[in-house]
Design a protein around this ligand. Structure first.
Ligand SMILES: [Zn+2]
Length: 371
């Protein structure tokens, strides 16, 4: 019998393969530690599944149609798709350096524009959306309720994530644009649609990419903790309203945010720690250990001095692995597997590995990709 992975405290049995989708990058800035942590935890979930014989199919999208990309193109004078190609190459190289398994599917927003039009059409037909001035808005106030937010908090977050809640065209500030009419000044790229030229909305892009890759649901949907609302909540609601299938995602994996000096790392604050820089001074295994052996959902502050501890932790693991195993070698290895299957409890799994040594330590090193 295949062991079952528990996530968020609930068992997540799968029949056949596990379908995993993780929100990818907007390819206009090089990879920072916050991105790496999200993709490392997603990779770990996949490795834990594969360790117990569950095949996994991973889709990691590229959000290459996004106003932030278009703004970057204006600033640099380069075509947005050229910026996206260069950044994708750099991102892939960094992911490979970190030992992160490449995705089986890499849908791009640019190639999914027609899928977003199909999603908008389905929502209009079902009465969950309305067209106004060449834009299509979906009624998504329920997403805020589902995320446990009051309206004021939800509106503030919608504004922070460029959902434009104060746009007077929409019936409710918490409605989102599935399709956004082209700007009158022609400032951003646009594509033809039944409602005139325009561009897809971000949440609708991910919903359309999941549905077109996997059908109406996924087993696990991952992304950074900051994507809980509006992005994930709205994406799920759009998909469920379009397909009638609930839940859109059987489980969510949202690792805690990486902060610097107590605030979230972000391009706009200029406090990013770039993974490529870290890899000139530290091993990929140390970066993996630093990001992965901690309580997964807690936000944490990055401090370069933490690498001293990570390097020391690796030395302990390597020497534990070279010890002859304890008498209970086989059961200790099973205990490492069980801890990882129990909500990816890397902290407990590491303690068992260090305590038992031998095969249990080697199993921990292998599943976490620390060799
Ligand atoms: Zn997404």
């Amino acid at each position: 019998m295949r062991p079952v992975l528990r996530l968020g405290g609930a068992p997540l049995p799968v029949v056949g393969r596990a379908r995993v989708y993780v929100c990818g990058i907007t390819p206009y800035a090089v990879t920072h530690l916050g991105h790496a942590a999200t993709y490392l935890w997603t990779d770990l979930a996949i490795r834990v599944w594969r360790n117990v014989g569950v095949p996994v199919e991973l889709a990691r999208n590229i959000t290459d149609v996004d106003d932030a990309m278009f703004d970057e193109a204006r600033r640099t004078g380069l075509p947005f798709d050229q910026i996206a190609s260069l950044q994708r190459f750099a991102f892939d190289r960094t992911m490979t350096s970190l030992g992160i398994r490449p995705p089986d599917h890499e849908p791009t927003a640019r190639a999914a524009v027609t899928r977003v039009i199909e999603l908008a059409t389905a929502l209009l037909r079902a009465g969950h959306a309305y067209e106004r001035g060449g834009s299509v808005y979906a009624r998504t106030a329920e997403a805020a309720e589902r995320a446990g937010l009051d309206r004021a908090a939800a509106i503030a977050l919608a504004a922070e994530y460029n959902d434009d809640p104060h746009d007077p065209e929409r019936d409710d500030p918490l409605d989102v644009a599935v399709w956004r009419a082209a700007r009158p000044d022609g400032g951003y790229p646009s594509w033809p649609s039944p409602w005139g030229p325009g561009r897809p909305g971000w949440h609708a892009e991910c919903a359309a990419m999941v549905l077109s890759t996997f059908g109406s649901s996924v087993d696990l949907h991952a992304g950074g903790a900051d994507l809980r609302y509006p992005h994930h909540a709205v994406e799920a609601l759009l998909a469920e309203r379009a397909t009638g299938v609930q839940p859109f995602a059987r489980a969510w994996l949202r690792p805690g945010t990486v902060r610097s000096g107590g605030v979230k790392m972000s391009k706009s604050l200029g406090n990013l720690t770039f993974v490529d820089d870290l890899l000139t001074r530290h091993s990929p295994a140390a970066v993996r250990l630093l990001c992965l052996v901690r309580p997964r959902d807690d936000d944490w502050d990055f401090d370069e001095a933490a690498f001293d501890e990570a390097e020391a932790g690796l030395d302990l693991l390597y020497s534990a692995a070279s010890r002859p195993g304890a008498v209970r070698d086989a059961s200790a290895t099973d205990e490492v597997d069980a801890a990882l299957l129990d909500d990816l409890d890397t902290v407990r799994a590491q303690a068992i590995a260090l305590d038992s040594g031998g095969a249990a330590a080697r199993r921990f090193i292998s599943v976490l990709g620390l060799a």
